[in-house]
Write a protein that binds this ligand. Sequence first.
Ligand code: AMP
Ligand code: ZN
Length: 116
Amino acid sequence: MSPSDCLFCRIARGEIPADLVHEGERLIAFRDISPQAPFHVLVIPREHIQSLGDAEVGHGALLGEALLLAAEIAAREGVAEEGYRTVVNTGKDGGQTVHHLHVHILGGRSLGWPPG
Ligand code: AMP
Ligand code: ZN
């Protein structure tokens, strides 16, 4: 999947609408179109990285920023006090369906463990 026809690259470029909760230079965040919890937001890098497995050492700061942004958004949106979960699905068995690295933030209800 090239960046030209990647769904999340297209959202990052503003070609496809999304319910954005953050627009930064390197990262954006938007509400998941099919929420699995009362609060479900995705944090993505603007750069097209297919999956966590494709991230390189040079992406370390960007990945750290994505996690810190997730925490900031969770706090701002009022789910941090009760708690939330950050998830990076990777590959087929990990349940990854969009091949552009993204961090799910899920909250607003008690989440089961282990995940299905
Ligand atoms: P994953 O299964 O981990 O690859 O997660 C992909 C997520 O993207 C799923 O939770 C989808 O509901 C979500 N998604 C797919 N298309 C859109 C879209 N156009 N806007 C917002 N979220 C989307
Ligand atoms: Zn992409």
